[in-house]
Write a protein that binds this ligand. Sequence first.
Ligand SMILES: Nc1ncnc2c1ncn2[C@@H]1O[C@H](COP(=O)(O)OP(=O)(O)O)[C@@H](O)[C@H]1O
Ligand SMILES: [Mg+2]
Length: 254
Amino acid sequence: MLIETQALTKTYGALCALDGVSVDIAQGEFVAVMGPSGSGKSTFMNLLGCLDRPTGGTYHFGGTDVTTLTDDDLAAVRNRRIGFVFQAFNLLPRASALENVELPLLYAGCSRQARRARAAALLDMVGLSARRDHTPAQLSGGEQQRVAIARALVNAPVLLLADEPTGALDSRTGREIMDLLTRLNDGGLTIVLVTHDAAVARRAKRTLYFRDGALLRGRDDALLRVHDGALLRGRDGAGQGLTAVRIPLAAGVA
Ligand SMILES: Nc1ncnc2c1ncn2[C@@H]1O[C@H](COP(=O)(O)OP(=O)(O)O)[C@@H](O)[C@H]1O
Ligand SMILES: [Mg+2]
């Protein structure tokens, strides 16, 4: 299993942003994450991405309990094994497309020549060879997101986390980005993607629904576990003693 969380919890004072989430994600999966605003989606993604630490529960990534790692080791996992894509692209405005894609390699201590070659190959893969010297302002939204995807993949991560990657794009451009992500997943990349758009979620092979910091259920109708009076259970056995309640799809969606 690439990702295994057990009762993963994140509290901010009295507020429980993530409430005991247990989920397994295998290598090569393409998982969509949905739920109303404030339901804990970004909190979950930030924990999966080792950008943040849980206040409870465990998280095994590639078999390692990352909750016990030092800050340096956690940063190494984050930088070498996980790529991130965001709604707002988050590119450096004064740097060219090529320089933006090169940046993670600079931190990885790669030679200048190797950086150039690798970044150029990634831009080629996302179809932007002809735009490598353009700055973000000289690129369309869809092109900027392609640059961001190339940057996320330049260190050859095993996991791509995307928090509403099509949220700032028109629907046609969003579909093109989803075509690219589908192609990457077909090549074996594990992808976890937050979206508000059911059409985007349908491109994934499984959907996790969050509500009030807890997981509702997958698209396969398996109920997923929550705490304290709320439902449910996971696709992976257990669940004795819990009352299974089926939640209509719309209830889990904003
Ligand atoms: N750094 C933080 N400090 C305090 N509360 C936070 C913080 N980050 C998120 N929250 C709260 O946690 C809950 C879940 O937030 P978030 O994971 O961003 O939801 P989503 O991405 O589903 O919209 C919200 O109530 C939010 O206000
Ligand atoms: Mg969010």
